[in-house]
Design a protein around this ligand. Structure first.
Ligand code: IPD
Ligand code: CA
Ligand code: CA
Length: 256
């Protein structure tokens, strides 16, 4: 299944690259929550392929797909994670495909078609970047760590806007990046380029694939309170494992 998922992600990525060079139509779902014709075209393509290859599997997609399957497999897909970046031509966005069996994520593929980096993992088989094994960093102190986070689209009205956590973490680490594509941020943790990532107010398609890629790269994935990670739990704290406790403590000390 992983080989097929990778092929689908690569082909969907080509659709995104083509759309980017031929011109993208942007619509607003909210003040800063965008969607483009490319998001819809890529989702349509991915769903068609999944239905053809895995007719018994369910599919849940950000742009409205809800296919009920007749097995316990569910694909959770984001055709463009990082749509704001995509709409601006900032080359940090990805096709994200996660596969759940029951509550368990068993496979994940995250592909950035601009950098041609394809991250993939299958439960129990390790994590790969373009076919080569990757692993999380060995950084053991928060003070020496580089982190990333993200903010909700309703940052202007939400009480839990993550700004207090962002400020606090910036003061005691080497920096906190906000790059705009949660699935790829998780892959940077898996590849050891970032030491941790956390975000609240996320959707399952933002984190399903990335969560297994971090785990299979040797990292730790929980809620922001350090509890069991749930794909539909709306938040994630992912790290190399070594700084996890410190980061969870930091997040619990501040008023979001
Ligand atoms: C968004 C990105 C972003 C995160 C948002 C997500 P989208 O997904 O992952 O990094 O901060 O919470 O909604 O809308 O670009 O698919
Ligand atoms: Ca997303
Ligand atoms: Ca999206």
């Amino acid at each position: 299944m992983i080989k097929r998922a990778i092929d689908i992600a690569l082909a969907a990525g080509e659709i995104l690259n083509e759309k980017l060079s031929s011109g993208v139509t942007v619509e607003h779902k909210g003040r800063i929550d965008l969607v483009t014709d490319a998001d819809r075209a890529a989702e349509e393509f991915i769903v068609q392929q999944l239905e053809r290859l895995f007719p018994r599997h369910g599919v849940l997609g950000e742009e409205g797909t809800q296919v009920e399957g007749s097995s316990d497999y569910l694909w959770v897909i984001d055709p463009v994670d990082g749509t704001t970046n995509f709409a601006h031509g900032f080359p940090y966005f990805a096709v994200s495909l996660g596969l759940l069996r029951g509550d368990d994520v068993v496979l994940g593929v995250v592909y950035n078609p601009q950098t041609k980096e394809c991250f993939a993992a299958e439960k129990g088989s390790g994590a790969l970047l373009n076919g080569r094994k990757i692993s999380v960093s060995a950084q053991s102190t928060l003070e020496q760590s580089l982190l990333a986070t993200g903010f909700p689209y309703n940052i202007d009205t939400a009480e839990e806007n993550n700004l207090a956590s962002f400020a606090r973490a910036n003061l005691i680490t080497q920096g906190v990046r906000s790059l705009g594509a949660a699935s790829l941020d998780l892959c940077q943790v898996a590849a050891g380029r970032l030491d941790a990532f956390w975000e609240r107010s996320l959707e399952p398609w933002d984190i399903a694939a990335g969560s297994i890629i971090v785990r299979e790269a040797g990292g730790k994935v929980t809620s922001c309170q350090g509890q069991t990670f749930r794909t539909f739990g709306r938040e994630i704290c992912a790290s190399n494992g070594l700084i996890h406790e410190g980061l969870v403590r930091l997040l619990s000390e501040v008023d979001r």
